[in-house]
Design a protein around this ligand. Structure first.
Ligand code: FAD
Length: 359
């Protein structure tokens, strides 16, 4: 079937994709599917994130189509993206998506180990990539002393370390990719959640000729984080009533508890059931546990305490993990069969959760 192509605003869209921001608002935001990834705002300077959702901040072309095209929640041509990025397509039984290898790994840098969430592997791979000039910056989600997240365009080792650690808070971090580009970076790494990786891959594969303001070809590395669900900022207000946020050293989720470690060595445990009310709307429709479209995916499930699970998916991802290991940034060993089984179980659980919600 021949597809009619029309020129609209920034993009050339097949006629059947002629949709604009009002469609995105209706189909995604109003239906509470928005993941607050920030991809729409990163690609269009007329869109901003206000009160936890994307809004127009300027007059607009109603059917420009750019935001609708890159949003991970409007549609996700997974097979097409996999074919373009990985050269093959996963089937329903490949619950971890397309991948090359799966490891347990941890940093060999003591100062990263102190700050890293699990094995400090994300920070260490980025440090190796910066040192070897594979990238010239990394877009991170960092936090101030009060744990409110913000994006940081990290260009050196100290800034990478500042960004280490998990913030269990939704934040439109993809916007940071645009900031990096505006600061003149041309080999950008991005670390983010599965939804954010999906948005960037959609942009990368949608149509090579699209004259985006944000030059997606400057994004050289996508590190995805495993994710079961994420929480809105009200979570922080809730925690603050029990432990003042400026005294919190680290958050961690273990089993069915959120653990809040304070600077004095104390730990407060909060049941995840009590936090369900803060879970982001868009998480309810997400089926991607391991950030299946990333170059490298990293999480904690499947590895021992103090180690991270690392899945490499592209040649670039493989090379960086191998290089970081050979250059003494990380130590790496094959994942145990039991660990791999655990990851797969979590991935299936997330997919089933959505199937059950949609019944
Ligand atoms: C919301 C959330 C939910 C998660 N859920 C799971 C889970 O269910 N199971 C599991 O195994 N792992 C989960 N992870 C991943 C895990 O917490 C660690 O991030 C991962 O193991 C990497 O650890 P590390 O020590 O190698 O990373 P580090 O070296 O500490 O680096 C962490 C990186 O994560 C980035 N980051 C932190 N918070 C955010 C955020 N909110 N959005 C985008 N980027 C962020 C930072 O910029 C930093 O680059 C989750 C992470 C997040 C952010």
């Amino acid at each position: 079937m021949a597809v009619e192509i029309k020129e609209r605003g920034h993009v050339r869209l097949p006629a059947f994709l002629e949709r604009g921001f009002s469609d995105l608002r209706r189909e995604v935001v109003a239906r509470r599917r928005c993941s607050m990834c920030g991809t729409c705002a990163a690609f269009c300077d007329k869109i901003g994130i206000e009160d936890g959702e994307p809004r127009f901040i300027e007059d607009y072309d109603t059917v420009c189509g750019l935001c609708y095209t890159v949003c991970p929640r409007t549609f996700l041509p997974r097979a097409e993206i996999e074919q373009k990025i990985f050269g093959k397509v996963s089937n329903d039984d490949d619950v971890l998506g397309v991948y090359r290898a799966c490891y347990e790994a941890r940093t060999k840098k003591a100062d990263v180990g102190e700050r890293g969430q699990d094995g400090g592997v994300v920070t260490s791979i980025l440090a190796y990539a910066l040192a070897t000039e594979a990238i010239d910056c990394a877009v991170l989600t960092t936090a101030n002393g009060d744990w409110r997240p913000r994006t940081e365009v990290a260009r050196d080792y100290e800034a990478l370390k500042e960004g280490a650690g998990t913030k269990y808070t939704l934040y439109p971090s993809v916007i940071g990719v645009r900031e990096a580009q505006e600061e003149g970076c041309s080999a950008i790494a991005f670390v983010g959640l599965p939804c954010q990786i999906q948005g960037l891959r959609k942009a990368e594969t949608a149509n090579a000729n699209q004259p985006y303001e944000l030059r997606i070809d400057g994004v050289k590395l996508l590190i995805g984080l495993f994710c079961t669900k994420n929480y809105n900022e009200e979570l922080l207000d809730f925690v603050n009533e029990q432990v003042p946020l400026e005294r919190v050293k680290k958050f961690d989720i273990k089993g069915k508890e959120l653990l809040v470690y304070d600077n004095d060595g104390g730990v407060v445990s909060i049941s995840l059931n009590d936090l369900e009310v803060f879970v982001g709307d868009g998480c309810s429709v997400c089926t991607d546990f391991t950030a299946e479209l990333a170059d490298i995916s990293v999480g904690s499930v499947g590895s021992a305490e103090g180690w991270s699970t690392v899945i490499t998916r592209t040649e670039r991802g493989d090379e960086l993990v191998r290089g970081a290991s050979e250059s003494g940034y990380i130590e790496v060993k094959d994942i145990k069969a039991k660990g791999l089984e655990l990851i797969k179980r979590q991935a299936v659980k997330k997919r089933k959760r959505v199937e059950e919600t949609e019944l």
